[in-house]
Write a protein of this length. Structure first.
Length: 318
């Protein structure tokens, strides 16, 4: 099997706009009839590796793989010590012969890129330091459900725009034809290359991608308001210092009042009430956060199904 004939999902723009729409259509169909499509019947095995803490990612992938007729093989990354005990390339060669797909929640993007280069089967990014593309598929599915479409919708991300969520909102939102605004303190802007890529994509889909410094300005007229924890995994020691810096970007009732009528609120969780989001907003009537969390399962079933089919077609239907 030739690795470059296998389709992977390592960052949001690994899909074209048309492919993203196809995956979201499939996710909606799978949500409506969860047990009708079983591309993993056999059961085929999916290796799921966790180098970082997890709740929603593990629960949604394990449940989704089972619903697709497959067997989830959960690998504890702390025990496997991938890249330390043995090379990523060697692990990829081993797992690629045991599993039909590999799902990995890990650290630097270079790790999952290397896994994909040697696995010989589709590899899915379940979160890296730079991107969280599976979360964005769930978020876009949620926006479709509540707004009818993503095209022309204005989405504002508040907080650490330099983190993986800020990057993925820019790329996936631009692909979906949305007007994406990211806003956070000075020094926490997205990678300029990611922003430029999002703007390039938006130019082809009718969307836009921009940095808006002030939280109130960024929230003005937004159809979707999004935030994330101010402290990413592995940076817990920065919590006290960040609290004061990020306070003006707390997603609270004042900012919601600046948004468009009927605006919805997203948060990928875990959430810290009273920090990046107020309890009244997280638990309030405009929050669709629990729909968003559920939609991880449906979106991930769709991307796994899509990758299996696409990789099969690229190999001539083997």
């Amino acid at each position: 099997m030739t690795p470059n004939l296998v389709k992977h999902f390592l960052r949001d723009d690994d899909l074209t706009a048309a492919e993203q729409s196809e995956v979201l259509d499939l996710a909606a169909a799978l949500k409506a009839t969860p047990y009708d499509v079983k591309p993993l019947a056999g059961p085929k095995t999916v290796a799921i590796i966790f180098d970082k803490p997890t709740l929603r990612t593990q629960a949604s992938f394990v449940a989704g793989i089972a619903e697709l007729g497959g067997h989830p093989m959960v690998v504890d990354g702390n025990l496997a010590q991938i890249g330390t005990r043995e090379s990523i390339a060697d692990v990829a060669r081993v797992l690629g012969r045991q599993a039909s797909l590999i799902v990995w929640r890990t650290h630097d993007q270079s790790r999952i890129d290397e896994m994909a280069a040697y696995a010989g089967v589709p590899v899915v990014n379940a979160l890296t330091d730079q991107f969280h593309p599976c979360q964005l598929l769930a978020d876009l599915l949620t926006i479709r459900e509540h707004k009818g479409s993503t095209a022309g919708v204005t989405m504002t991300f508040l907080g650490d725009a330099a983190n993986n969520m800020g990057h993925s909102y820019l790329l996936a939102g631009a692909l979906a034809g949305m007007h994406v605004r990211v806003s956070g303190p000075a020094g926490f802007e997205p990678d300029p290359l990611v922003l430029a890529r999002a703007q390039e994509l938006a130019a082809t889909t009718g969307g836009s991608a921009s940095i808006v410094p002030g939280a109130a300005e960024a929230s003005l007229g937004a159809d979707v308001l999004v935030t994330d924890t101010w402290v990413s995994m592995g940076r817990e020691s920065e919590s006290a210092d960040r609290a004061g810096v990020f306070r003006p970007w707390q997603l609270n009732e004042d900012l919601v009042s600046q948004a468009a009528a009927g605006a919805i609120v997203l948060h990928c969780l875990p959430a810290y009430r009273g920090k990046e989001i107020s309890a009244g907003v997280l638990d309030g009537p405009q929050s669709v956060i629990w729909d968003e969390a559920e939609n991880r399962r449906h979106a991930q079933k769709a991307i796994m199904s899509f990758l299996l089919r696409s990789s099969s077609l690229s190999r001539g239907g083997e």
